[in-house]
Ligand binder design. Sequence first.
Ligand code: BTN
Length: 237
Amino acid sequence: MSVIWLDSIDSTNSEALRRLPELSGGTVLAAREQTAGRGQRGNTWFSAPGENLTFSIVLKDLPLKAPEAVRLNYMTSVAVASFLESHGVEPAIKWPNDIYVNGKKICGMLIENVLGAQGEVKASVVGIGINLNQKLFPQLANATSLSLCTGKAYELEAELGKFLSVFDGLQIHSPELFASYSARLFRCGIPATYHDLLTDREYRGVIEGVEPDGRLHIKEEGGPDHYYRFKEVSYIL
Ligand code: BTN
């Protein structure tokens, strides 16, 4: 993988999408500062300049059909979790692809796919923000960083290299990937409150797991089993 470091850019995902025709698969755009970092659901991704990892991996010609695109979530989540575990922390994957440590968010991902005419994933921009050194999160109530967890300071270039070698070592079609993802699922088996966005109703339930097609399975207390796609349920934290 070849890394291009940018001092400042609006968003590494936006830049990767703009430059997609000219970038080869395996290129990584990393930014010391993002001026308009993008998160899920149109949110802004806040990251103090020079303190954290904010980067996008360009993948091309993946052996992946659109319905299998969820495997990119599995692979990226498992890679981030393994990277954090190598630093001695215990991460959990909050479905679909946030990474939490001690109940606080340490990493977010924004995976943007370009689909081809045959229903294949022609290219993918895997955007990842991992909080490394930031200690104060004025805009966010529930965020943490590796440094807050371990008390150490981290060098951005070295940590990106370590992460990429973990990511590079994973196979998108490996049979173990889904099991590795499921084994680290946040709140699995623990009663908690969820907000069903389809019916606008809150209820108590237990996450039973994730279906291989990516849907989250929650068993409602004294009620039915629910199977959610992305944006159909939210966690009450
Ligand atoms: C989320 O949790 O809402 C997703 C956050 C994704 C942030 C990363 S930082 C690098 C890449 N560039 C962006 O603009 N967003 C992603």
